[in-house]
Design a protein around this ligand. Structure first.
Ligand code: ARG
Length: 481
């Protein structure tokens, strides 16, 4: 046995590793998802080494063509990943050696897997966050189009899930848009904060070789270089920030999921979900279950769990790199995948849901939603609000006992009971007018809702421009072809 035992490198070992070490140590089954980023990082690193005279032009050329061939194999699904080669970094480097021989041994000059993995994760995250941000813009656009179409469709607004005051479907949808725009803002600010290149930090203390970190950063499309080599290899804040943003975003999504489940039930009947997003029951032939709405509600728990998982992994770790940090990837990957899938589902499911005008309006009437408006009629006729509140409560109670509604009781009877002019009551009980009276900033006046829906569309166009600029490939990626 060599003095490495069965290890990939090092020397002076007297024993082979325990049988579980290889499986426990290996991350390749999941970190191979960063293969493209790993290769882009290597292209940038090798190019900087060549420019600095640390690597010959011939070796650089051989390395680049080897890396291109590896990427082609990986994309074609013919690359042979090996658990014995531990992780994505070693698999690619070892395969490069198999292909081009000696020059491959120069690629890892002035580099460690510690700064390499820190880089790969940033590049991977940058790409995926741009995708997520794009999905969010698409969702926001879909919601604003729906909001425009339904800007004057009256519906019950709720507090405590009890019918409260009238709003419009458009207003309701735009409330969710507000939450998604905050999510998008979180992603954009996170992209800005993580725009720092860790490569060149080496294992923890930089290198004695004359590398040019600014050049590497430029080749990789970063505007800044990590200022401290210890922090560069131990920082996983951008992962935590992502998981925090994902947990918050998924919480928003789960609230819509819950509304879709409720609104699609026969008890509400506010929307009909398209068949493409529902499934049948194996037992009950009549069922159409809103599984996708339930799952986007349910998956928020799993994403919040990923956030807690990474917090627990990082808590108490000393500087700088520790192997515990290999555990950062699975929760990150899972959360990002789940978040993007849910955004896509919602983007496609919400616009396809058909709002049921009649059910929306029946619920308004049955819920006495214009009770506050009637109380305001008394106020306008000189009654103190506290007293008018009382009079309307008594009136509603009587009508409930009779099993009737404002609409069915009629303005005439109500006006006589309340001793106010008939026109005032008729005016207050007209839902269209009731909505138009709500004419303050942020309120559901249909014209305001319409203007806001259009404004959202314009903001979305602005986000698209920002994202297109951020998505431009970096020079190292362009060199890969
Ligand atoms: N697979 C490792 C990880 O993801 C790469 C870094 C390993 N570094 C080391 N010194 N063992 O964390």
């Amino acid at each position: 046995m060599s003095t490495k035992g069965d290890r990939l490198w090092g020397g002076g070992y007297e024993e082979a590793t325990h049988p579980l070490v290889q499986r426990m140590n290996a991350s390749v089954s999941y970190d191979q998802r960063m293969a493209r980023e790993d290769i882009i990082g290597s292209v940038a690193h090798a190019t900087m080494l060549r420019d600095q005279g640390i690597m010959s032009a011939d070796d650089h050329a051989a390395i680049l063509s080897g890396l291109r061939a590896i990427l082609a194999d990986i994309s074609a699904g013919t690359f042979e990943w090996s658990e014995a080669r531990e992780d994505v970094h070693m698999n690619i480097e070892a395969s490069l050696r198999d292909r081009i021989g000696a020059p491959a041994g120069r690629l890892h000059t002035a580099r460690s897997r510690n700064d390499q993995v820190a880089l790969d994760e940033r590049l991977w995250l940058r790409r995926r966050l741009l995708g997520i941000a794009t999905r969010m813009v698409e969702l926001i656009e879909a919601l604003s189009a729906q909001a425009w179409e339904h800007r004057s469709w009256a519906m019950c607004g709720y507090t405590h899930l009890q019918r409260a005051q009238p709003v419009t479907v458009g207003h309701h949808l735009l409330a969710h848009v507000e939450a998604f725009e905050r999510d998008l803002d979180r992603v954009l600010s996170l992209l800005r904060r993580m725009d720092v290149c860790p490569l060149g930090a080496g294992a923890l203390a930089g290198t004695t070789l004359p590398i040019d970190r600014a050049r590497t950063a430029e080749l990789l499309g970063f505007s800044k270089v990590a200022r401290n080599s210890l922090d560069a290899v131990s920082d996983r804040d951008h992962l935590l920030d992502t998981l925090m943003a994902a947990a918050t975003g998924m919480t928003h999504i789960s609230r819509i999921g819950e509304e879709l489940v409720l609104f699609a039930s026969a008890e509400f009947g506010y929307i009909r979900l398209p068949d493409a997003f529902t499934t049948g029951s194996s037992l009950m032939p009549q069922k159409k279950n809103p599984d996708m709405a339930e799952l986007i509600r349910g998956k928020s728990g799993r994403v919040a769990g990923s956030l807690v998982s990474l917090l627990m992994t990082l808590k108490g770790l000393p500087l700088a790199y520790n192997k515990d940090m290999q555990e950062d990837k699975e929760p990150l990957f899972d959360a990002v995948d789940t978040w993007e899938d849910c955004l896509v589902l919602l983007r496609d499911m919400l616009p396809a849901a058909k709002w049921q005008k009649k059910n929306l309006s029946d619920a308004l009437d049955k819920g006495f939603l214009l009770a506050t408006d009637l109380a305001d009629v008394l106020v306008r006729n000189g009654v103190p609000f506290r007293d008018s509140h009382e009079h309307i409560a008594v009136l509603v109670n009587t009508l409930v006992k009779e099993g009737t509604t404002f609409r069915r009781a009629g303005a005439k009877r109500i006006a006589e009971t309340l001793k106010v002019p008939h026109e005032d009551v008729a005016d207050a009980l007209n839902i269209g007018r009731a909505l138009r009276k709500r004419d303050v900033v942020g309120a559901p006046h249909p014209a305001r809702v319409g203007r806001e829906a259009k404004a959202v569309g314009r903001r979305a166009a602005g986000y698209r421009k920002t994202l297109t600029a951020l998505a431009a490939p970096c020079p190292a990626e362009t060199m890969l072809g």
